[in-house]
Each structure stands twice: as C-alpha cells, then as structure tokens.
Ligand binder design. Structure first.
Ligand code: ZN
Length: 133
C-alpha cells in the first residue's frame, strides 16, 4: 500500500457540505462526479497530497444514504493508493482480510477500487484504489 489517497466522508447534502469544506480547507471543490453503480454523488477537494471525498447518497437504496440514516454524517472510509490492485487484493485475502468485492470495480476519479470489511480493520472501512491510467 502506498499513501493515503483520500478520506471519504458521508454527508446528507452536498449543497451544504461543499461550501462548508471550501471554507474549512480554503480551497475550492475541483470535481463532482456521480458514481451510478454506487448511487452516490461525490465531491473532491485537495489537501496537500491527500484528497477529501464527500459522498452523498442519490436515493434510499444507496449505501451512503443508509450509512447516514444509521450512524449520522461523518467519516466513512480511508482509501490507500496501490500500484497493482489485483496483487494487493490477493495479498490481503491471504492475510485474512475480507474483500467486500471479489473483483476490482469502477470508482470515482478514474479509479478501480476494492473495499475491505471493517470487521477486520477495527471498524474502519478501508478502500484500495488504483489509477485506471
Ligand atoms: Zn473513496
């Protein structure tokens, strides 16, 4: 695993949270993107080498909508950049971590992603992400 690529934060309304994080970070949101497969709308900010990804559910079926309903807004996941997502998924599965998707799937920001079950990682949802190139 390489650096922390981004931190994901679940929010109820990007219309409120985008201006809030622009004030907090002192820099503008540089991209919003809908991830149709996940039913989420994302908004990205830069903070040095790391990005902040705000996530809002698009409908009641979205995992983000369910997360916010159950636990409230807040920290959702930490994403690590990896060079070779297939190799890293094999390594982590062999180490006993539970992969939430057996194959890498398309994520926001031109990435292939895989999530690890938080039961194996002290309750923190971990995302692996690799540039599609
Ligand atoms: Zn993410």
């Amino acid at each position: 695993m390489q650096k922390v690529e981004h931190i994901g934060i679940a929010v109820g309304d990007l219309g409120v949270s985008v201006p809030l994080f622009e004030r907090l970070l002192g820099s503008p949101c540089y991209k919003t993107e809908e991830v149709g497969t996940e039913r989420v709308l994302t908004a990205f900010f830069r903070s040095g080498e790391t990005k902040i990804e705000l996530l809002q559910g698009l409908d009641a079926d979205s995992v983000i909508t369910k997360f916010v309903a159950r636990r409230g807004e807040g920290m959702h996941h930490i994403a690590f950049a990896v060079d070779d997502i297939h190799a890293e998924m094999r390594r982590l599965a062999a180490e006993g971590f539970t992969l939430l998707n057996p194959e890498p799937k398309p994520g926001a920001d031109n990435k292939l992603v895989c999530f690890l079950h938080p039961k194996d990682t002290n309750g923190v949802l971990i995302e692996l992400c690799m540039d599609k190139g």
